[in-house]
Structure formats: C-alpha cells, structure tokens
Design a protein. Structure first.
Length: 277
C-alpha cells in the first residue's frame, strides 16, 4: 500500500496523530494509497523549518545561484517525466495525452519562466536635491517576504502549484504547500526532486490534509507565515482572507471561474443548475 507522507525539512514524515485517509483513482475508484493528514504539530514543524531555512544556506545564495538551482529542478522533473505523469494521471483521472502535453511540461517550465524573469528584473533608483544643495540618491532593495503558504486546487495540481512556488522560491522565499486533499501526489513527489538537486532542507515543505480543522486552516492561521496564495473556490477564499487579516498578511486569491456551459434539453435540469452556477 502506497503511503503518501508529508515532506518537512527535507524528510518524508507521517504524523503524530496517525490520521490517514484514502486516496482513490477518480476513474475507477481503485485505492491508490493512504495519505497522512497533517495536524497542528506537522504544520508547526513545516513553518519552523521554512523560517529556519530563510536564514540558512538558502538565504545566503545569490540570485544567480538560486535560480541555477531551480533550473536544476526543471531538468530533474523532465528527467522523471514519466513518474510525474503517472502520479498526475492517477490523482486526477486525466488522459495521458492531456497531462503529458500540459500538466507536466508546463509544471516544470513554470520554474524556468520565473528564474529567467528574476535574473533580469531591475531595481528603481532616483536622485533628488537636498536642502543643503547636495544630492541624495534613493534606490529600491528587494528582499524575500519570508514563509509563503501555498494552497492548491485539484484540477491542475502540479501546474498551479509550481506557478506559485516558482516565483516565491526564485525571489528567495521558502514555502509550505498544502495540495488539494484529492491530488497530493505530485507535490509530494517534488520533494524528492528538491533533495536530488540540493535545495536546502526547509525551503520546500508539503503538508497534506483538508481545510477546516486540518492542515489548511492550521497553515493559514499560523503567524509564522508571511504571505498566503490560494487558487480554488470562493467560500474557501473568504475564509483564507479572514485568516490573513490576522497580522495583516498579504493574500493572493484566484477564485470562482466564469466558464461557459452548454445545457441540452434532455439534461437533468436541477442538477445542471446546481453544477454550473
């Protein structure tokens, strides 16, 4: 039986409570494995590891060296392309041709997109005259925000997770990822990649679980978290925004899409109304 563990401080760990839940294939309901649900102790440990990593080797890397390490993550994901593809297919039920053309290659490329951007971004400066007739020069200095909580949806698990991890890590932040409870496998597998390419322990962490009274709410309420980013439905986004207000922590939300739908005359009308609104 596959055990899908939390990834904290560079190691795969279970949990203090022993709580697990089943992960099943949405296509045929076959049992894929057991997911170890993170509780408050695991979230505390992940945030502590992420905070410590900010002041360790990761925080001392130059932008160029940090981005080179993340480029190594891209290469390792691509080297293990089939492993990521199979994990994504089992979690989401997507056809292989779709996941192999979009989810995995784009998930890897997200790191490259942001390392290329960060290496070439400029900083602002300007000069002004002071009352004594001399010149003062003001300039911007960019520093990492700190520990970023990343909460991801089920529909594009790797792609949307790395879309958040890529810029956060390229800018020198550390992250604690809470993947959807339905699709934890690729986020967990990425921990092996981080270790392989030498990303320091604590920079990338994964805590599995649900929202209310589980990893999601424990993570967003944690005052050791400096910023929160979430993609998902509006009700959860509302709860996350409220959690972020405690401590005035910035929150980035991508919520409730407005996708079109075609409703045919022979449909179950009540079901159609409930599922497309």
């Amino acid at each position: 039986m596959k055990q899908i563990l939390n990834f904290i401080n560079g190691e795969y760990v279970s949990n203090a409570s022993g709580k697990t839940y089943e992960k099943r294939n949405p296509v045929d309901n076959s049992l894929i494995g057991m997911v170890h649900e993170a509780g408050q102790p695991e979230v505390d440990a992940a945030v502590a590891a992420a905070r410590a990593a900010l002041h360790g080797p990761w925080g001392k890397l130059s932008v160029v060296d940090r981005c080179a390490m993340l480029d190594g993550v891209v290469a390792e994901i691509n080297r293990r392309f089939d492993d990521f593809l199979q994990a994504e297919i089992l979690d989401t039920g997507k056809p292989a041709h779709l996941a192999s053309h979009i989810d995995i290659p784009r998930g890897a490329a997200n790191f490259k997109i942001f390392t290329d951007t960060i290496k070439n971004v400029s900083t602002e400066s300007f000069e002004m005259r002071t009352p004594d007739g001399k010149t003062a020069r003001s300039y911007g200095v960019r520093t990492p925000r700190g520990v970023i909580a990343i909460i991801c949806p089920w529909n594009l698990p790797l792609l949307l997770m790395t879309w958040k991890c890529g810029p956060a890590m390229a800018c020198g932040n550390t992250v604690v990822v809470k993947p959807s409870e339905a699709t934890p496998s690729t986020a967990t597998l990425l921990g092996e990649v981080m270790n392989k390419v030498g990303v320091p322990p604590g920079v990338y962490n994964v805590v599995n679980g649900f929202g209310v009274n589980s990893a999601g709410s424990f993570l967003t309420a944690h005052q050791g978290v400096n910023g929160i980013t979430f993609t998902g439905e509006t009700k959860t986004g509302t709860a996350i925004m409220k959690a972020g207000a405690d401590g005035i922590r910035p929150v980035s939300l991508e919520l409730g899409g407005k996708n079109a739908a075609v409703v045919f005359a022979d449909c179950d009308f009540e079901n159609a109304v409930n599922t497309v609104t």
